[in-house]
Design a protein around this ligand. Structure first.
Ligand SMILES: CC(C)(COP(=O)(O)OP(=O)(O)OC[C@H]1O[C@@H](n2cnc3c(N)ncnc32)[C@H](O)[C@@H]1OP(=O)(O)O)[C@@H](O)C(=O)NCCC(=O)NCCS
Length: 186
């Protein structure tokens, strides 16, 4: 059972099977999935299967606009057992996307800031990993805005869902680094 989180403009809540149609509308767009490592959704029933199989696993939230409740995107963490970047159970990997109509409003940095706080303060994690494919400058910017620090680049990484080899840039945020920036802001 995952919690619901709240920011100034957003509600981050668990996905429901009934969200499949809204998910499909956003995730059928070719500008979204391939940048994040998965193919565009092909039908509402595929979106429903993905909600049941992937979004109910780990900790995955629908990113909703507070004013209207509409679903705009998705953010979540893979726990250590599901991420090859994690060296212990005190680590997790964050992933995110937002539908094209909503790009450029700072929604994902706002959602990520709250999820990061939740990971460090409530789940008591020590480190959060993040990655983006070479050329995805938009995701790189999100990671910079959230305080992630470049760690390393890996070439020829198999991306199974796309059937391609990719170059990945990996970054990390440790609890200590997060505390330093967080204390400055508050
Ligand atoms: C990456 C992504 C999550 C950013 O979310 P967002 O809420 O739009 O984040 P921001 O508003 O902070 O925008 C981030 C950067 O995207 C770029 N950007 C924003 N709107 C844009 C648009 N309409 N067209 C092109 N680039 C745009 C800007 O460079 C911006 O940085 P800036 O604020 O310094 O100018 C979103 O673009 C997305 O879902 N992309 C496809 C999936 C993906 O790449 N997921 C991440 C996989 S690692």
């Amino acid at each position: 059972m995952i919690v619901t989180l709240e920011t100034k403009r957003l509600i981050l809540r668990p996905w429901k099977e009934e969200d499949a149609e809204n998910l499909y509308e956003l995730a059928k767009d070719e500008r979204i999935g391939p940048s994040a490592g998965w193919p565009p959704h092909k039908s509402v029933s595929e979106s429903k299967e993905i909600i049941k199989s992937r979004f109910f696993e780990d900790i995955t939230f629908a990113v909703c606009k507070k004013e209207t409740g509409e679903i705009m995107g998705c953010i979540g963490i893979s726990l250590s057992k599901n991420s090859d970047l994690c060296a212990s159970e005190a680590e997790a990997e964050i992933g995110y996307w937002i539908g094209f109509p909503y790009w450029g409003n700072g929604y994902i940095p706002e959602a990520a800031a709250e999820l990061i706080r939740y990971c460090f303060e409530e789940l008591k994690l020590q480190k959060i990993w993040c990655r983006y494919f070479d050329g995805n400058e938009k995701s790189k910017r999100v990671q910079e805005k959230c305080g992630f620090v470049y760690y390393r680049t890996v070439h020829g990484v198999p991306c199974n869902l796309l059937g391609e080899l990719k170059t990945e840039h990996i970054s990390q945020l440790t609890l200590n680094e997060w505390r330093k920036t967080h204390e400055k802001q508050n």
